[in-house]
Design a protein around this ligand. Structure first.
Ligand code: HEC
Ligand code: HEC
Length: 341
């Protein structure tokens, strides 16, 4: 699986030589102290505090429709995690079976139906990942890293990362290839709008992302990025895969991030386009960064910094993340999310 990936770096990027000495640095001695005050990047992991389980959904027989879709489904179908509804079959090529359906109802309940979390169009949500338009070789490498335990989350409270790893471990090589080809074949299109603000509506965490609490109360945003659905009902209730996101970011963060991404922030990091391509739209098997979820990207930078994401390709990111502070990570991801994918 990794074959198509590593030689590509070696062959195509002389820039790699610059980094080879630090690429093999020993793992960071600073683990995460679970007892410390709130994590500075808690907004990116959006771990939901354990609460009472939600009441069982009351079902109704009505068929539901959403704007611009010719499909109709019952709430039972919309909530079916094994056969995620496909509101817009014309938006994507035919899904491979592993993307469209849970593999076996009697096996691990979470293997397959990639389209449930990542959506049939691959655009994903902040609590998982946008995978549309990622290079095929990169996707296969990540599936292999998840499977081998080289890619974990730095915040074990974020349990869906383990579910993702279970997926990668539970599928066959053929299924991995089919899913990778499928998601790589689609283009990522604009999905997230970055808006700089001082205050935000008070929000609640609904399983890994934020929605405004009813009413008009606001609070200071502080040093956070909060990603919210443009239309909470469309996202939460109907899983409308055309309904996008707003990322509220602190004033000035996009500009600060631009300096770090474009110029390396006077030696603090390394200009990203050298590997991630012009406009940060990806290059060969280097993944695109433009227009992607800031929460997702921030988790990755922090996971890499904490050595919980530590696959073969990750080594090239070592000098990039070494000196970044949580505020730098926030600014970088606000800027990247603001770019056109
Ligand atoms: C239960 C939800 C869920 C399902 C089902 C799921 N994933 Fe994921 N996936 C995630 C989450 C969550 C992450 C990001 C983890 C993180 O941020 O720590 C992720 C990340 C990924 C990534 C990494 C993207 C990147 O840019 O590096 C790939 C690739 C991926 N998933 C592919 C798949 C494929 C293929 C399937 C089906 C076989 C699948 N996923 C099924 C939740 C899911
Ligand atoms: C020397 C090449 C190189 C440079 C320079 C570089 N990257 Fe990367 N980046 C990579 C590689 C290779 C990966 C894939 C890592 C893996 O497989 O785990 C990656 C992955 C990432 C990811 C995870 C993407 C995903 O889909 O999960 C993020 C976020 C990222 N880079 C951000 C940056 C930023 C921000 C900069 C500039 C400040 C930067 N990178 C500079 C090589 C580079």
């Amino acid at each position: 699986m990794a074959n198509c990936f590593r030689p590509h770096f070696l062959a195509s990027f002389a820039v790699m030589a610059l980094f080879s000495s630090s690429a093999m640095a020993a793992p960071s001695p600073q683990g995460q102290d679970q007892n410390k005050a709130p994590h500075p990047l808690a907004w990116a992991y959006a771990v939901q505090e354990a609460g009472p389980p939600p009441p069982p959904p009351t079902d109704d027989a009505d068929v539901k429709q959403i704007p611009d879709s010719t499909q109709s489904f019952t709430m039972k179908q919309i909530r079916d995690t094994g056969n995620p509804v496909d509101w817009f079959p014309g938006d994507h090529p035919q899904m491979p079976t592993i993307v469209a359906h849970r593999r076996s109802p009697n096996a691990n309940p979470w293997i397959g139906s990639c389209g449930l979390c990542h959506y049939p169009n691959g655009k994903g949500r902040p609590e998982n990942a946008g995978v549309a338009g990622l290079p095929e070789g990169y996707i296969l490498e990540q599936l292999s890293d998840f499977k081998n335990g080289a890619r974990k989350t730095a915040d074990p409270g974020k349990r869906n990362t383990a579910t993702m790893a279970g997926n990668a471990a539970g599928i066959t090589d053929e299924e991995a290839k089919a899913a990778a080809q499928y998601f790589a074949s689609m283009k990522m299109t604009p999905w997230i709008k970055v808006v700089e603000v001082e205050t935000v509506p008070k929000t609640k965490n609904v399983g890994g992302f934020f929605v405004p609490i009813e009413g008009s109360e606001t609070e200071p945003l502080g040093q956070r990025i909060l990603e919210m659905p443009v239309n909470p009902e469309a996202t939460e209730k109907y899983r409308n895969p055309r309904s996008g996101w707003i990322a509220y970011a602190p004033m000035g963060s996009v500009k600060k991030g631009e300096d770090l991404v474009v110029r390396g922030g006077a030696g603090k990091t390394v200009a990203c386009a050298a590997c991630h391509g012009e406009g940060l739209k990806g290059n060969g098997n280097f993944p695109p960064l433009a227009g992607r979820s800031p929460s997702y990207l921030a988790r990755q930078l922090y996971d890499i910094q904490q050595y919980t994401r530590n696959g073969p390709g990750t080594q090239l990111m070592r000098p990039v993340v070494e000196k970044l502070t949580p505020d730098d990570i926030l600014a970088i991801t606000a800027y990247l999310a603001s770019l056109e994918p």
